[in-house]
Design a binder for this molecule. Structure first.
Ligand code: IMP
Ligand code: MG
Length: 176
């Protein structure tokens, strides 16, 4: 039987919090005097969101979506299943999508496509992590906390089989 455990620490707590503060300042500058709706993608982004929100100096309201995508990372049907959908109307509003990680990018690509159809004034994407890899889908985040190698990571909201979200740092996952 295999057993999973915490591997190497990739990003320590202090570095994460420093970078989240910088992102908060950058976002606050970019949205100065504008009202933004933050759409947080459950569940992985909640820890990041909680810290980021407290670093913002702008008026921001919150909404949440939880989605699961069909297909695997090499082939997607483009269909998203909304486990939790928006509860506010984003028409004519400024939207900032906050998620934990850009991996293949497929989930966020299709989510943003669906959100765009509701005709917000603007839509931007903020992710804590982005994997350095060749994506076959054209998606770029407007705000990226850290670029990381193409490894499976856990902690600070990110899970493996529902575990490890509460770690204060980001680490690799080891399976032995
Ligand atoms: P996508 O491949 O970019 O569509 O990623 C979809 C989702 O998979 C992300 O929002 C994460 O929730 C999850 N995911 C991708 N890579 C990792 C990882 O390294 N650790 C934990 N979750 C991940
Ligand atoms: Mg996610």
């Amino acid at each position: 039987m295999t057993k999973d455990h915490i591997g190497e620490i990739l990003i320590p707590e202090k570095i994460i919090l420093q970078r989240v503060l910088e992102l908060g300042q950058q976002i606050s500058n970019d949205y100065r005097d504008r009202e933004v709706i933050i759409v947080c993608v459950l569940k992985g982004a909640v820890v990041f969101l909680a810290d980021l929100l407290r670093c913002l100096e702008i008026s921001a309201s919150l909404d949440f979506v939880q989605i699961s995508s069909y297909g695997d990372s090499t082939k997607s049907s483009g269909k998203l299943d909304f486990i939790q959908n928006l509860t506010v109307d984003i028409f004519d509003r400024e939207v900032l999508v906050v998620d934990d990680i850009l991996d293949s990018g497929l989930t966020l690509y299709y989510l943003i496509d669906i959100l765009k159809a509701k005709r917000p004034v603007s839509i931007r994407l903020c992710v804590l992590l982005s994997k350095v890899k060749n994506r076959d889908i054209d998606i770029n985040a407007d705000y990226v906390g850290f670029w990381i190698p193409d490894k499976f990571v856990i902690g600070y909201g990110l899970d493996y089989a529902g575990k490890y979200r509460g770690l204060r740092y980001i680490a690799t996952l080891e399976i032995s």
